[in-house]
Design a protein around this ligand. Structure first.
Ligand code: PRX
Length: 637
């Protein structure tokens, strides 16, 4: 087989035709997509679904291994092509180029390390790793033997690691001793050791040595990656997996309580991510694709690893940060590696746009063909800066709307095919049937009229999450109970008269900070743990680089005086419980939180005060404690 881009739609007319078919005959449409993959056994039933249970099954009876699609099937044709280019944090350290054949061998070799340590099909393995090729190798090795990976972003706290390990009862933890992040070195193994005090299901810890620093190891439990490779075979048959077997769990914030372990299954996820990857980015054989996300997020899973590797393209993995050694690093890498497709988040664009243009212009960006955006709405100013200064107005921008839960891109232009419009994610990809829902809960029909509402999806698509690990009831409540027979995204959207969608932001208690999806409830729970705090309310407010930042209102016990030290302690509590990304920007101490008579905190009012938009607070007289609103407004930060 040649370079595998046979899923590509090549014109807008083709898109319209494919879209029509995907709605009229969804099963036929997805069968023809799925047919282009390597299945050990073809499926018997393309789709079975019911959004009330909810139950969704794609390609039932099909047997496959996703690593055969990402690796084995490329060996004959593109075995010597670079699969992964790894760019280290320090520009003076050598990049690594790993071919498809080398990656295949490394994955099989490490798969045997997993087996030698007792990992079997269905076991959960937690990965807490930096952006190094070994993270990709470990995840694919899990998939090779049918183990389920659960990747925890390496910026999360030890408490976050422990709760995720315990929720899915992981048997093994794979980590690195340390990670370089800009000018800092972070002790990952130390974070793991802290977490491991309270994770009885973990039997083995495999530690990759990223630095030469001495690493304390617990005998019997902790093993070095390199030592384990020495005693492992290098060949490993791919485990036979059912299409609906679990591929991975990835935790995302919930608006209440603990994070939700979204479960993705093999067949549909592979078909969905690869199809969307090829169509949105429209890559050609020798292109170099770089997605700057961390693999700890869904963007990295779907669009650094699975989608690109199943398509046989060259994918870049970057260990560092955009500001090190200076704010020109992204552009320096694009220049150095001749990147053709660059996919990043609006928060990065806004931060980089604040820097002198000289940091962009001193690098040659002429290799770029397509620019992507993901994770939050991209504002008009950032869109134009990206278009003018990075794309030099010749690169289409694909503003891709999707979620951890959707597994793959849902609404997005296809590069060079779909007419773009700044700040609009534009049109649904084939197979995606969005619906806007009005205040009364009814679908707003598309009559070539503009409309605004809550965004939901009417029909299943292959890469959708199938459940929340261990809690199907919560899956049903969060996603399938707001609107009958529809998946509810939690986002609001505007649709123009041509059917283009613009995502307006979350309509629930999740705030997107620097592209990270944060639930306010877990942050409040963390703050309330502090011994001086009675209660707290966290809301988002607009921030010119982060998109949104967190504003926290805190009430203290009577005998406690507000102080800077207390603010620092509260911020640390959040950092230790969730991670530094969840630290509130502003903390206001108040005498009371505005509440309804039934005791519910009026976040709408708090959001407005945090945004300095107090012109229309609505009727506050019906509150339980209307007087606190005035006081909060007067002392707002
Ligand atoms: O609010 C939407 C926003 O990010 C949320 C999903 O976050 P997460 O599961 O972390 O996945 C992020 C990467 C796919 C969505 O509910 N979001 C994502 N992409 C966009 C976006 N908002 C506006 N425009 C986008 N392109």
């Amino acid at each position: 087989m040649e370079f595998n881009d046979n899923l590509k739609i090549k014109s807008f007319a083709d898109y319209k035709e494919a879209y029509r078919e995907s709605v009229e005959q969804p099963e036929k449409f997805w069968e023809s997509v799925a047919d282009t993959f390597y299945w050990q056994k073809k499926w018997d039933k393309t789709l079975e679904w019911d959004f009330t249970s909810p139950e969704v099954k794609w390609f039932q009876g099909g047997q496959l291994n996703i690593t055969e699609n990402c690796l084995d099937r490329h060996l004959e044709t593109i075995g010597n092509k670079t699969a992964i280019i790894w760019e280290p944090n320090d520009p003076d350290e050598e990049s690594r180029h790993i071919t498809y054949r080398q990656l295949y061998v490394k994955v099989c070799h490490f798969a045997n390390v997993l087996k030698n340590n007792g990992i079997k099909k269905g076991d959960r393995v937690c990965l807490y790793m930096p952006m190094i090729p070994e993270l990709a190798i470990a995840m694919l090795a899990c998939a090779r033997i049918g183990a389920v990976h659960s990747i925890v972003f390496a910026g999360f706290s030890s408490a976050a690691i422990a709760s995720r390990i315990n929720d899915s009862q992981c048997k093994m933890l794979i980590t690195a001793n340390e990670v370089y992040r800009g000018s800092k070195r972070v002790n990952l193994k130390g974070m793991c050791d802290e977490a491991l005090k309270d994770t009885p299901s973990i039997e083995t810890v495999i530690v990759y040595r990223r630095t030469v620093e001495p690493t304390p190891m617990t005998p019997g439990r902790d093993k070095f990656w390199f030592d384990e490779l020495q005693r492992a075979e290098t060949t490993c048959e791919a485990e036979v997996m059912d299409a609906e077997d679990m591929l991975f769990i990835l935790y995302t914030s919930g608006s209440t309580g603990k994070p939700k372990g979204m479960v993705h299954t093999i067949g549909g996820y592979m078909v969905g991510t690869t199809f969307t990857f090829q169509n949105v980015f429209q890559m050609e054989e020798n292109d170099v694709y770089w997605c700057t996300a961390d693999i700890g997020w869904i963007t990295g899973h779907s669009y650094i690893i699975y989608g690109p590797l199943a398509s046989g393209v060259t994918t870049v993995m970057f260990e560092g940060v955009p500001s090190y050694p200076d704010y020109g690093r992204f552009w320096e890498i694009c220049d150095k590696l001749d990147v053709t497709h660059f996919y990043t988040a609006p928060t990065a664009i806004r931060a980089l746009a604040k820097q002198p243009l000289e940091l962009v212009n001193k690098h040659n960006l002429s290799s770029l063909k397509v620019l992507g955006s993901v994770g939050e709405p991209i504002n008009e100013e950032a869109w134009h800066w990206y278009n003018d200064n990075i794309g030099k107005t010749k690169c289409p921008i694909v503003d891709t709307w999707w979620q951890t839960e959707t597994g793959g891109i849902m609404i997005s232009p296809m590069a060079g095919i779909t007419p773009t419009r700044p700040t609009f994610a534009t049109l649904p990809l084939p197979g995606v049937q969005p619906a806007l829902i009005d205040e009364q809960g009814n679908e707003i029909a598309f009559n070539s009229k503009q409309a605004e509402g809550r965004l939901s999806i009417k029909f299943p698509w292959p890469s959708m999450a199938r459940t929340i690990y261990g809690n199907h009831q919560r899956y049903k409540e969060v996603y399938f109970s707001t609107f009958e027979n529809k998946y509810f995204t939690g986002d609001g959207a505007y649709r123009d008269a041509s059917g283009n969608y613009r995502i307006t932001g979350r309509v629930d208690d999740i705030v997107i900070v620097s592209g990270h999806n944060l639930g306010t409830a877990p942050i409040e729970n963390a703050i309330n743990e502090h011994e001086s705090v009675v209660e707290s309310a966290v809301v988002g407010f607009p921030h010119d680089i982060k998109g949104n930042a967190l504003y926290t209102y805190v009430t203290l016990y009577n005998d406690i005086q507000p102080s800077d030290a207390l603010i620092a302690e509260i911020r640390n509590t959040v950092s230790n419980t969730i991670g530094p990304i969840a630290k509130p920007d502003k903390i206001q101490f108040v005498n009371g939180l505005p509440k309804t008579r039934s005791g519910k905190i009026m976040r709408r009012i708090l959001r407005k005060i945090a945004s300095h938009d107090t012109s229309n607070l609505g009727d506050t007289s019906t509150l339980l404690n209307p007087d606190v609103v005035q006081e909060i407004m007067e002392n707002a930060l």
